[in-house]
Design a protein around this ligand. Sequence first.
Ligand code: NAG
Ligand code: NAG
Ligand code: NAG
Ligand code: CA
Length: 306
Amino acid sequence: MGQLWLCVLTLTALFGLAAPQENVTTRIQAHPLAPTLYHQLMLSCKVTGDLGPQEFLWEKEGSHNPLQKGPNNILLFPSFNKTHLGTYICTATSSLGTAVATYNLWINDLVYNMFVFPQKTKNSHVLVRAKPEQPLQNFTVCLQSYTDLTQPHNLFSYATKAQDNEILLFKPKPSEYRFYVGGRFVSFSVPKHITASEHVCTSWESTTGIMGFWFNGKPWPRKGLQRGYTVGAEAAIVLGQEQDAFGGGFNAQQSFVGEISSVYMWDTGISTSGVRVAMYNMLDKAPIFGWRNFPYKIVGEVYLKP
Ligand SMILES: *[C@@H]1O[C@H](CO)[C@@H](O)[C@H](O)[C@H]1NC(C)=O
Ligand SMILES: *[C@@H]1O[C@H](CO)[C@@H](O)[C@H](O)[C@H]1NC(C)=O
Ligand SMILES: *[C@@H]1O[C@H](CO)[C@@H](O)[C@H](O)[C@H]1NC(C)=O
Ligand SMILES: [Ca+2]
């Protein structure tokens, strides 16, 4: 058994409860992003919108007593363990008002490095149990896959009730990736390697409609579509199958066979250096979900390889 890893479900929640309509927002960040059991973990409560003196109240859901109150925005766990799991709430108060952020912590008992989809099926998939907190103007999805399939197959499927192909990373043939946003797609041609692992990142920004595509860490010429579109946040996110309905409508002929690993999604764009960092699972920016904080449910026959 490897080390136990900490998983973070909800990275941030931003609520301005401000008293006199002022703009104070706060968010909680974990340091390190991929904390380890029995190592130090820090939660920091970051405030934007005010530079004046601030007070931070730290609470844990279900505990009667506050954990900490004062000018310190850091909640420190010198040696993180399972008793610390739960939902943490930071209330920041300043001259401009008050803002509250929450943060959920949980751990998986093992570190798994990859999902293995053993055969074509009508239903086997990985359901990602995390989603953005708000509709997306920008996003990035990265993942690594390894397959000998030559038929069409799907890697990443993000469906909303209104649009089953809200975000889709589809491979119609070994030399092409189709990247869908809001039901429309552009194609990126890639070299045809039948038996090599492929790392891809795709990003999209609403204000320009520009789509970025990186293949094995190398940027491809940008393309674009769906300028001004907003990606819905109420999503069913699936690996290994292609949704034609919210959370279902799978087709065995488009299912994935092989290995998928290093899956990350951010609510921002990405740089080429960010792509390379994601390839090696060493992140500098908190994802919506990522390999070390990847809440998922396996449906059907999918194996985990440590
Ligand atoms: C504060 O919020 C209001 C309304 O949301 C907005 O119009 C204003 O520009 C904001 N001010 C600052 C300083 O961000
Ligand atoms: C977890 O940490 C707390 C201190 O925060 C300590 O009191 C407790 O004994 C630890 N539990 C385990 C199982 O290590
Ligand atoms: C999306 O990205 C653009 C360009 O980088 C940026 O100007 C904008 O603020 C971002 N929007 C959100 C909601 O993060
Ligand atoms: Ca579909």
